[in-house]
Design a protein around this ligand. Structure first.
Ligand code: ASP
Length: 441
C-alpha cells in the first residue's frame, strides 16, 4: 500500500482520537501534547511520505496569522481610548521597551555563560558553503525610519508590527483628544471598535480550538525532515541553545515574576503554556500573538491594554531568544571554529549590538539569522561561519521563538503589575474559588 495513504489513514485516526479527547473534556494542553507526540512519531516513521500532511499545519498558521492585525489594532485602540491620561500611556510604553530590552541583555549574559562553559565550536572544522549568501545588514537609521507608519495599509499587509502599533496609538489618542471636547462625535467609532475587538476575541477562541490538529500538522514535517543523524554533528550547539533558553526562562524570567510581579512563576508559566507550545511549533511570535494576548488577558488576568500593547511590541522588539541567546551562541561558535580569541571589547560590543539588533526583528521563522549576522559583522567575525548552523535552524528556531514569546509575556506581566493592571486575586484563581464557594452555599 502506498505509504502516503498510510499517512492519511493514520492522520484520520489521530484527528479522531484528538476529537474524542475533546468530547471527554480533556484540557487543551493535554490534547496539544498528545498531538505533538503523534506528529513526531508519524513524521519520524513515515519520513517524506508523511509530508502530505504539511498543508494542515500551514492552513492552521494562516488562520492564526489572519487574526493578528485586526485583533491587535482593535484591542489596542479600544483599550487606549479608556485611558484618561496620556502620561500613563508614556509610562506603559517606556516600561515595555525597558523590560523587553533588559531581559534580552540578560539573555545575552546567560548565552555567554553557557556557550563558554560548553566551549561551543571546539573540535569543529570550518567547511565552506559555496552557496551561502550573507543577509544584507539593514542600516540602523533605516530600521528606525521603517518603524514610522508611512502607509498603514501597506504596513498591515506586510505584518510590520511597530508601525501598526504606532498608527493604532495615534488613532486612539486622537479619539481621546476629540472625545474630551465633543464626546458624542467619537462615540460611534469608539463603540464600533470596542464591539469589533470583542468579536475578534471570540474568533480567536474559536480558532484556538483547532490548535491540536494544527500542531499535529506542524510537527509531522519537522520530524520527517530532521532525523537524528542530521542533527548529531551540531548536537552541542542545539543543546547549548535549549539549555541557555531554559535557564533564562527558569532563572531570569522566573525571578523577575516572583520579585516584581510577586506571583508564583510556575503558575504563570502554566497559564501561558498554550502560547508557548504554539510558538514552539509555529516558529513565529507574530503568528502566536493572538494566543499570547488571549492567555495574558484570560488566564494571567492582566488588562487588555497591556496585553495587546506589550505583547505585540514583544513580537518585534527585544526578542530574548532570537535577539539575545542566539546571536551570542553564534558569535562564540564562529569565533571558536575560526580560532579567534574574544577580547573584552568583543564582549562589550556583543551586549550592545545584541540589544540594538533585537529592535525590529520580524516575528517570523528564521528572522534571527539577521540579528546574528549583525552581531557577527559588528564583532568583526566571519559571517560565513553562520552557514554551518543554518541546516539545523528549524530545530533551534523552535526554542528561540518559545523564549521570545515567554519574554514578551513576562514583560507584559511586569508592566501590568507595576501599573496596577494585574488582577492578583484573579491570577491566583481566588475569584473563582469565591464564586465556587458561593455556588456551593
Ligand atoms: N522565529 C522567531 C520568532 O518569530 C524569530 C527568530 O528567532 O528567528 O520570534
Amino acid at each position: 500500500m502506498n505509504l502516503q495513504y498510510v499517512t492519511l489513514l493514520i492522520s484520520v485516526l489521530v484527528v479522531g482520537i484528538l476529537f474524542f479527547m475533546k468530547t471527554k473534556k480533556i484540557s487543551l494542553g493535554v490534547r496539544v501534547f498528545t498531538a505533538m507526540f503523534f506528529g513526531v512519531s508519524v513524521g519520524a516513521l513515515l519520513k517524506s511520505n508523511a509530508l502530505i500532511i504539511e498543508p494542515v499545519g500551514t492552513i492552521y498558521v494562516n488562520l492564526i496569522k489572519m487574526l493578528v492585525i485586526p485583533l491587535v489594532m482593535s484591542s489596542l485602540i479600544s483599550s487606549i481610548t479608556t485611558l484618561d491620561n496620556t502620561s500613563k500611556l508614556k509610562s506603559i510604553s517606556l516600561k515595555s521597551i525597558g523590560f523587553l530590552i533588559t531581559t534580552t541583555v540578560l539573555a545575552t549574559a546567560i548565552g555567554l555563560l553557557v556557550g563558554k562553559v560548553m566551549d561551543l565550536g571546539s573540535g569543529i572544522e570550518f567547511v565552506k558553503d559555496a552557496a551561502f549568501k550573507a543577509k544584507e545588514i539593514p542600516k540602523f537609521s533605516a530600521v528606525l525610519i521603517d518603524m514610522i507608519p508611512a502607509n498603514p495599509i501597506n504596513d498591515m499587509a506586510n505584518a510590520k508590527m511597530i508601525p501598526v502599533i504606532i498608527f493604532s496609538m495615534f488613532i486612539a489618542v486622537a479619539i481621546n483628544v476629540e472625545g474630551s471636547k465633543k464626546p458624542e462625535k467619537v462615540k460611534p467609532v469608539k463603540d464600533l471598535i470596542s464591539s469589533f475587538s470583542k468579536i475578534m476575541f471570540t474568533l480567536t477562541r474559536t480558532i484556538i480550538e483547532l490548535t491540536p490538529y494544527g500542531v499535529y500538522g506542524l510537527m509531522v514535517p519537522v520530524a520527517a525532515k530532521y532525523g537524528v543523524t542530521s542533527l548529531l554533528p551540531l548536537a552541542k550547539f542545539i543543546i547549548a541553545m535549549y539549555l541557555s533558553c531554559l535557564i533564562h526562562i527558569a532563572l531570569v524570567h522566573g525571578s523577575l515574576i516572583a520579585v516584581i510581579a510577586k506571583v508564583n512563576p510556575i503558575k504563570f508559566f502554566k497559564k501561558i503554556s498554550e502560547a508557548l507550545i504554539i510558538a514552539f511549533t509555529t516558529r513565529s511570535s507574530y503568528g502566536t500573538l493572538p494566543i499570547t494576548i488571549r492567555v495574558l488577558t484570560e488566564n494571567v488576568k492582566i488588562s487588555d491594554r497591556i496585553a495587546s500593547f506589550t505583547a505585540s511590541l514583544g513580537a518585534s522588539i527585544g526578542m530574548n531568544g532570537g535577539g539575545g541567546v542566539y546571536p551570542t551562541l553564534v558569535a562564540i561558535f564562529v569565533a571558536r571554529i575560526f580560532n579567534i580569541e574574544l577580547t573584552l571589547t568583543h564582549y562589550v560590543l556583543l551586549f550592545v549590538t545584541a540589544a540594538i539588533s533585537s529592535i525590529g526583528i520580524a516575528g517570523v521563522p528564521g528572522a534571527a539569522t539577521i540579528s546574528a549576522t549583525v552581531v557577527l559583522s559588528s564583532l568583526g567575525l566571519p559571517v560565513e561561519g553562520l552557514a554551518m548552523i543554518l541546516g539545523i535552524d528549524v530545530v533551534v528556531d523552535m526554542i528561540r521563538t518559545m523564549t521570545n514569546v515567554t519574554g514578551a509575556a513576562v514583560a507584559s506581566i511586569l508592566v501590568a503589575s507595576t501599573e496596577n493592571e494585574l488582577d492578583v486575586d484573579g491570577f491566583n484563581d481566588k475569584n473563582n474559588t469565591k464564586k465556587q464557594e458561593l455556588h456551593a452555599a
